[in-house]
Design a binder for this molecule. Structure first.
Ligand SMILES: [Mg+2]
Length: 124
């Protein structure tokens, strides 16, 4: 785990995206369908939880609030904690894991990783 665990305050949290990050996704199959868990991300999530760090599921699905019970069920079915689910970033969000993110070096505009998705954006 990286250095963040040494300076996170109690109210601060880590966001983890759902589709294509924590759960396998190939195509939309309906609000009730969420893919199988992706083990390396599950391990990261559980590592944070075991260290007492707050994690939220960060997903555009909650744009439709009726999706929340399906996400809660998916967490339960996969033996994951009953985490808060949101699509809202706030000042307490310290890290976001997301397949769509492009990381930018603070205050410089420099890209830390040039994303391959720029060349295959229509796959999203
Ligand atoms: Mg995603």
């Amino acid at each position: 785990m990286n250095v963040i665990e040494n300076y996170l305050k109690e109210e601060e949290w880590i966001g983890i995206d759902l589709d294509k990050t924590l759960a396998y996704y190939d195509e939309w199959k309906g609000i009730e369908h969420i893919g199988k868990p992706i083990k390396p991300m599950v391990d990261i999530l559980l590592d944070y939880i075991n260290k007492g760090i707050k994690v939220k599921i960060f997903t555009a699905r909650v744009h439709e609030p009726k999706s929340i019970p399906y996400i809660k069920k998916w967490l339960k079915d996969n033996n994951l904690p009953d985490l808060e689910i949101t699509n809202v970033k706030d000042f307490s969000m310290k890290i976001l894991y997301d397949d769509r993110c492009v990381q930018v070096e603070p205050n410089t505009g420099k890209l830390i990783i040039y994303p391959s998705r720029y060349t295959n954006i229509y796959n999203y």
